[in-house]
Design a protein around this ligand. Structure first.
Ligand SMILES: [Zn+2]
Ligand SMILES: [Zn+2]
Length: 368
């Protein structure tokens, strides 16, 4: 039986989000119907809504959902109705990287999550007046009161933790945390630089503060964000609008360079400066995504002292173990995610978009 729900539909690239009644398909064997309680807003949603990604519009976005399971398909074993879940990305579960514990590098990641708008078998999950809409965004399309969710997007979580406080774990937060914990793995005394103090960058700062890195340097152009970075664990901050980044990082690292850098801005000029600021054997993690086709020039000889530049998707996390651990840290107050979150009623989604675009809200979370 299909379900009618209210979703924020984007009619075409650049159009606003419009709350509209839509039909969700009956859950397939590996799907669940989830009552959405909260969902975070991420720049990837805005990129798709602007028409900057080949996601089919009209469609329903949203990929940081959190809610309560209402019904499950016949083959779902991990959750039952009533369970609290955080929704994350999906993956095929069968390819080499999925089998190896790296589902963010699934062979079919892009069509399954970002641009396909349909299930893997090509069928649609959402329709309106009998016409299919783009859906299945990150296996969830959670800008809606109810979402039809792929089993592999579901992560069961502790029901004692308020869902609006953990919805962003599904994308932005696990990306920033994973950059530090899964890739950089700081050693005692390391210097970590975080380029960009948005939701992903500040998550990286919080994660770095839980490691033996002794210097954590946050870089941004917004003073307020740098102040927040300090409260969340940065030992130093650099306002890139006021100071020369290259020189300042050289001074702060005693001329040694940074052992680990997380690039979250998606600006290739900043990426280049980060590459130049690496210490010998240092690693720069590229998290920020510039427009498709962007290239960057590198000083090849500068890389020879063992420097590494690696790309990262969704923190390279195994969501089923990673997200519950983060929920535990939130519950204990050791990952103070609430400092990043501003909540908005679902109906105010366009206000949330405006505030995020203007830099007024770091991580808007829509509540239902
Ligand atoms: Zn995202
Ligand atoms: Zn796979």
């Amino acid at each position: 039986m299909s379900t009618t729900t209210r979703a924020a539909v984007v009619e075409s690239g650049g159009a606003p989000f419009t709350l509209t009644a839509v039909e969700l398909a009956e859950p397939g064997p590996h799907e669940a119907l989830v009552r959405v309680v909260a969902t975070g807003l991420c720049h990837t949603d805005l990129g798709a809504a602007s028409g900057g990604l080949p996601f089919p519009l009209p469609g329903v976005l949203g990929h940081e959902g959190a809610g309560v399971v209402e019904a499950v398909g016949s083959a779902v074993t991990g959750v039952v109705p009533g369970d609290h879940v955080v929704l994350s990305f999906t993956s095929c579960g069968e390819c080499r990287n999925c089998q190896g514990g790296h589902p963010a590098y699934c062979a079919t990641w892009l069509p399954l999550n970002l641009i396909g708008g349909r299930r893997a078998d090509g069928s649609s999950t959402i329709s309106r007046d009998g016409e299919p809409l783009g859906g299945h965004f990150f296996g969830q399309s959670s800008f809606a009161e109810r979402a039809l969710v792929d089993e592999r997007s579901l992560v069961k979580v502790d029901p004692d933790v308020p869902l609006e406080s953990i919805a962003p774990l599904g994308c932005g937060v696990q990306t920033g945390v994973g950059a530090v914990w899964n890739v950089l793995k700081p050693r005692l005394g390391d210097t970590i630089v975080v380029l960009g103090a948005g939701a992903v960058g500040l998550s990286a700062v919080m994660a770095a503060a839980l490691t033996p890195a002794t210097r954590i340097i946050a870089v941004d152009r917004v003073g307020e964000r740098l102040s927040l970075a300090k409260e969340l664990g940065a030992t130093h901050t650099v306002n890139a609008g006021e100071a020369d980044l290259r020189e300042t990082l050289a001074v702060l690292t005693d001329g040694q360079g940074a052992d680990g850098i997380v690039e979250t801005t998606g600006n290739v000029g900043v990426l280049r400066q980060g590459a130049d600021a690496l210490a010998a054997r240092g690693t720069l993690v590229v998290v920020g995504a510039p427009p498709f086709g962007s290239e960057v020039a590198l000083d090849v000889n500068g890389l020879l002292p063992g420097k590494r530049i690696v790309g990262l998707t969704l923190g390279d996390s195994e969501t089923q173990s990673f997200i519950p651990a983060l929920v535990q840290l939130v519950k204990e107050g050791r990952l103070p995610l609430h400092r990043l979150i501003t909540t908005y009623p679902f109906a105010d989604i366009d206000q949330a978009v405006r505030d995020m675009s203007a830099g007024k809200a770091i991580k808007p979370v829509l509540t239902f």
